[in-house]
Design a protein around this ligand. Structure first.
Ligand code: GAL
Length: 795
C-alpha cells in the first residue's frame, strides 16, 4: 500500500504546520487583499472520518490529519482497490482568515469535484449541499466574519449516490465497471467577487465557414445590490495577441438578481480557424462597466470550427475527418482521481501526440477542466458525457440527470474541442422520454452541438433510436466481435450520422491485456485495434471509431482481474503496451517516424525469437532489418491485411537459431531518406534500470505533481517487459511520493510509475532513487520553483 505519500502529522508539525494552520490562507497564498482575488485551496486542510459535530466551529481537531488537495480519502495502490476503504462519510475542515476589506465584496468558494456528495458548512451552519462527483459547484459565503472562519465539508463517499444513484446501497460499487474513490479530488478555490459580477460567459461562434462569421455572446450578470445606473458590456476578441473585433451592449439598471444579456461580435473574417492540426484559439475579454468604472471582467477561450456529423461521415471545417480515437477513464494509481492539472493535461498529450488520436471520449462522466483545456490546445476532439453507467433510475435520479446535463454543458460549452454531448447514460436502455428531455436541454443551453448517447450491443440489436428520440448522432458500443470469431464491426446504420463509441476492450480477444501476458495475447490486442480502425476507415459512413480504451482502470466488475481491468492500450501508469505502438504508427512520419516492434526482442520466453510473422508497427515506406548489424532482409508490408489504414504495419521473419541473442536494428525509410533507426538488444546482461520524470521542474505549491516512470530497459532504452524483481523507491527533498515505496516488477511487467508532489514552500530539489534487486540504482531529479503559482479559475 502507499507508504510515504501522506504527510504525517509529526512531519507536518515539525515543518511548522501548526503556525500555518493558524494563519490559514492569509499571506502570499491567502486573501489578505481586498478586491477580486481567488486562491486555490491546496494546503492545510484537516481531514478524517466524519464524527458528530464535525462541522462545528469548536470541533476538537486533534484526531484530524493535515492534507493537501487534490485528495483521496484512502491510501491506494495501483491495483487491488478496496471500496470499503472509501465507503464512508469524511470530514474536511479549512480555516481561513477574512480581513475587513474583504467583507466589502462577496466571498465565494468553488469546488471543481467532490466524490460523491458534499455538505458544506461555514462556521457551523450548512451553506450548500451538492450531489454528484464530477461537476463543480460554487457556494456564496455571505456570513463570513472578520477573523478566523472554518469551512467544513462533509463528504459522503458511499455508493449509490451518483452512478447510478437509484441502486440500493447494498448493490455496491462492483455493479458498474469502474471504481470511484471519494475525496475532494479536484481543485477547490475561495475568493472575493464583486457585488455585481459576470457570473458566466458563453461565446458561441456562428457561421464559422463564412467570412461573415461572428461570435454570439450570452452573458449572465448577477448582482446583490440594486443598480441605479445602466451597465455597459463590451467584448474584445483576440487571437495571437491581436484584437480582431469588438462588440458591446448596454444593460438597463438592474434590481438584485440575475440577468442574461446577449449580443454579437461581427467582423471576424480574419480569424484563424481551430483545427486538429492547427488548434488556433481566441480569447474573448468581456468587461462590465458602470460609467468609467470597471465592475467586473472575465476572459473565456474559444475556437472557431465547424464540426458536422453527417450520414456520410464527420466533417471538420468542411473537410472529411475520420475520427480516430480512444475512450479515457480518469483514474490513476495511488491517488484515484486526485492528481493535479499538469497530470490531467499529460493524458491529453499522450492521446494526441503519442497515440495520434483525433478524438477522445470522456467515458463516462465530465472530466477535469485541465484535461479539456489541453484538448483545446492540442487539437484533440472530445465526446463528453453525463455521469452514469448502464441504468436509468427513478424520478429523483432523473432530476439529477437533468441537472448533470445542465452542469456539464454550462461548464464546458466554450471548449472548441468538444463536438458532441453525450446526454444519454452510457448503455442505458429505455426511458425515451428522459433522453428527449436531456437532449433538448443540452441543445437549448448550447445550440451549436449535436447530442447523442452510446447504445450497447444488447440494445443495439435493433440499433435504432427509440421512437420519438431526437438524438442526432447514432453512437454504438460495437462489441459484435466476441472471442474466437473473426473481428468485425456492425455495418453503419444508413441515413443517420453513425459513430462507433467503443470496441474491443476486454470483450474481443482476451480477458486482460497486460505486459505480463503472453506475447501472443499482447500482439492480439494490437491487431484487434488495428483491425477495428481499418474497418472503420473502409466505409465513409462511419464517422470514426473510439476504441476501448486508452488506459487500464480499477474495477470490480465482470472480467476484472484482482480489482482492475486491463483493456488499455497503455497501462494504468500510462506506459504503452504493444497496442499503443499501432496508434503511435498512425501519424505523419515526417513529424515522428515510428518503427516499433509488436514483440519483445527477448529470448527468455521465446528462445528462437518472435518467429516468422513478427509485426513491426511503422509509418515508414520501407523497413530494413539487421541482426548484429548484418543485413537481414526487408520487412514486408501488411497492406493486404489492413487495406484502409493510413500506415499498415510490416511483417518480418525474425526466427533466430536457438542459443543466439543478436542485436536487432530496424532502419525506416520514407522514400530514400532514412528517418528512423532503432536498436534492440537481445542480451539481458546489459539491461539497466531507468527512472525518467515527465517534467524537470514543478511549482512548489503543494498541488503540482509529475510522473516518474521506472523501468527495466535494454541498453538502448527499450522496456524489458519480462523483468521481475522488486524496486525500492525513496524520495529526498521537500515533497512527497505519491506511490508505493516498493514496486513489484513481476506484477507490473518490468515497469511502473510513481508521482512526485512538492510541498508548498521555498524552491528545492526532489531526488527520487529507485533500487532494483539486480539492475542497480537509478535516480530522477526534479527542481521546484516557488515563482509561478498556478492560475486560479475565476469565481
Ligand atoms: C462496455 C462499457 C464500458 C466497459 C466495457 C468493458 O459495455 O460501456 O464502460 O465496461 O463495456 O470492456
Amino acid at each position: 500500500m502507499a507508504g510515504e505519500w501522506r504527510l504525517s502529522r509529526r512531519r507536518f508539525l515539525a515543518a511548522g504546520g501548526a503556525a500555518l494552520l493558524g494563519a490559514a490562507v492569509t499571506g502570499s497564498a491567502g486573501l489578505a487583499a481586498a478586491g477580486p482575488e481567488t486562491v486555490r485551496l491546496t494546503d492545510f486542510w484537516l481531514f478524517g472520518r466524519y464524527a458528530d459535530g464535525g462541522a462545528d466551529p469548536d470541533f476538537d481537531e486533534t484526531d484530524l490529519d493535515p492534507v493537501r488537495l487534490p485528495h483521496c480519502v484512502t491510501p491506494l495502490s495501483w491495483t487491488g482497490w478496496q471500496p470499503s476503504s472509501w465507503q464512508d462519510q469524511w470530514l474536511y475542515r479549512k480555516h481561513f482568515t477574512v480581513t475587513p476589506a474583504m467583507t466589502a465584496e462577496r466571498v465565494r468558494a468553488r469546488f471543481d469535484g467532490v466524490m460523491t456528495n458534499a455538505t458544506v458548512s461555514l462556521n457551523g451552519r450548512v451553506v450548500a449541499t451538492h450531489e454528484g462527483g464530477y461537476l463543480p459547484f460554487e457556494v456564496e459565503l455571505p456570513e463570513v466574519v472578520v477573523g478566523d472562519n472554518v469551512l467544513a465539508v462533509v463528504v459522503d463517499g458511499r455508493w449509490a449516490l451518483d452512478v447510478p444513484p437509484n441502486l440500493p446501497r447494498t448493490a455496491g460499487p462492483s455493479v458498474i465497471d469502474f471504481y470511484q474513490p471519494a475525496g475532494i479530488y479536484r481543485p477547490a478555490t475561495i475568493g472575493t467577487v464583486p457585488r455585481t459580477r459576470l457570473a458566466d460567459v458563453f461565446a458561441r461562434p456562428v457561421d464559422v465557414l463564412s467570412p461573415a462569421r461572428s461570435l454570439h455572446l450570452t452573458c449572465e450578470l448577477d448582482t446583490t445590490v440594486a443598480l441605479g445606473e445602466p451597465l455597459q458590456v463590451t467584448a474584445s476578441v483576440r487571437q495571437a495577441g491581436l484584437e480582431l473585433a469588438q462588440g458591446a451592449t448596454e444593460v438597463a439598471p438592474m434590481p438584485v438578481g440575475t440577468k442574461t444579456v446577449e449580443f454579437d461580435v461581427g467582423g471576424l473574417g480574419a480569424v484563424r480557424l481551430w483545427d486538429v492540426e492547427d488548434p488556433a484559439l481566441c480569447d474573448v475579454v468581456v468587461t462590465v462597466r458602470s460609467g468609467p468604472r470597471v465592475v467586473d471582467q472575465r476572459v473565456v477561450r474559444t475556437g472557431f470550427r465547424e464540426a458536422r456529423f453527417t450520414p456520410d461521415g464527420f466533417f471538420l471545417n468542411g473537410r472529411r475527418l475520420k475520427l480516430f480515437g480512444l475512450n479515457r477513464h480518469q483514474w490513476y494509481p495511488f491517488a484515484g482521481g486526485a492528481l493535479p492539472d499538469r497530470v490531467q493535461r499529460r493524458d491529453a498529450e499522450i492521446l494526441r501526440r503519442e497515440l495520434n488520436c483525433t478524438m477522445v471520449r470522456c467515458s463516462h462522466y465530465p472530466q477535469s477542466s485541465a484535461f479539456l483545456d489541453a484538448c483545446d490546445e492540442l487539437g484533440l476532439l472530445v465526446w463528453e458525457e453525463i455521469p452514469g453507467w448502464g441504468r436509468v433510475g427513478d424520478d429523483a435520479w432523473q432530476r439529477q440527470n437533468l441537472k448533470d446535463v445542465a452542469g456539464m454543458v454550462v461548464r464546458d460549452r466554450n471548449h472548441p474541442s468538444i463536438v458532441v454531448w453525450g446526454t444519454r447514460v452510457n448503455e442505458a436502455a429505455g426511458s425515451t422520454d428522459l433522453y428527449l428531455r436531456t437532449g433538448r436541454l443540452a441543445r437549448q443551453l448550447d445550440p451549436s452541438r449535436p447530442t447523442s448517447g452510446a447504445l450497447a450491443t444488447t440494445t443495439g440489436a435493433r440499433l435504432a433510436l427509440p421512437p420519438g428520440t431526437d438524438e442526432q448522432v447514432l453512437a454504438y458500443n460495437d462489441y459484435t466481435a466476441r472471442r474466437g470469431a473473426p473481428f468485425q464491426l456492425r455495418p453503419p446504420r444508413a441515413g443517420v450520422p453513425y459513430l462507433v463509441t467503443e470496441s474491443i476492450g476486454t470483450l474481443a480477444g482476451a480477458r486482460a491485456y497486460r505486459r505480463t501476458d503472453a506475447p501472443a495475447t499482447q500482439h492480439l490486442q494490437a491487431e484487434l485495434h488495428a483491425k477495428a480502425h481499418d474497418l472503420a476507415a473502409a466505409d465513409d459512413r462511419y464517422c470514426g471509431l473510439l476504441a476501448w480504451c486508452a488506459f487500464d482502470y480499477p474495477s470490480g466488475w465482470q472480467r476484472s482481474v484482482g480489482g482492475s481491468k486491463f483493456p488499455g492500450v497503455s497501462d494504468i501508469f500510462r506506459i504503452p503496451k504493444p497496442a499503443a505502438a499501432f496508434y503511435a504508427s498512425q501519424g505523419d512520419p515526417l513529424v515522428r517516424a515510428v518503427a516499433e516492434p509488436g514483440f519483445a526482442w527477448d529470448f527468455t520466453a521465446q528462445p528462437t525469437g518472435p518467429g516468422p510473422g513478427a509485426t513491426i508497427w511503422s509509418n515508414c515506406d520501407r523497413l530494413l532489418l539487421f541482426l548484429d548489424d548484418r543485413p537481414a532482409g526487408e520487412a514486408r508490408s501488411r497492406r493486404a491485411d489492413f487495406p484502409h489504414l493510413r500506415y499498415p504495419p510490416f511483417a518480418a521473419d525474425l526466427t533466430v537459431p536457438r542459443g543466439r541473442r543478436p542485436q536487432l536494428r530496424i532502419d525506416g525509410y520514407v522514400g530514400e531518406r532514412l528517418v528512423v533507426s532503432r536498436r534492440f538488444s537481445g542480451d539481458r546482461s546489459h539491461d539497466v534500470l531507468s527512472c525518467v520524470p515527465d517534467d524537470p521542474g514543478l511549482r512548489a505549491d503543494g498541488a503540482d505533481a509529475t510522473r516518474v516512470v521506472i523501468a527495466a530497459t535494454d541498453r538502448f532504452g527499450t522496456l524489458r517487459a519480462g523483468t521481475a524483481g522488486r524496486v525500492a523507491v525513496t524520495l529526498t527533498g521537500p515533497g512527497e511520493l505519491v506511490g508505493d515505496p516498493t514496486l513489484d516488477f513481476g506484477a507490473t511487467g518490468g515497469a511502473a510509475a510513481v508521482w512526485l508532489r512538492p510541498f508548498a514552500g521555498p524552491p528545492g530539489t526532489l531526488v527520487l532513487t529507485a533500487r532494483h534487486d539486480t539492475l542497480g540504482t537509478a535516480t530522477a531529479t526534479v527542481t521546484t520553483s516557488a515563482a509561478a503559482r498556478e492560475a486560479t479559475p475565476r469565481l
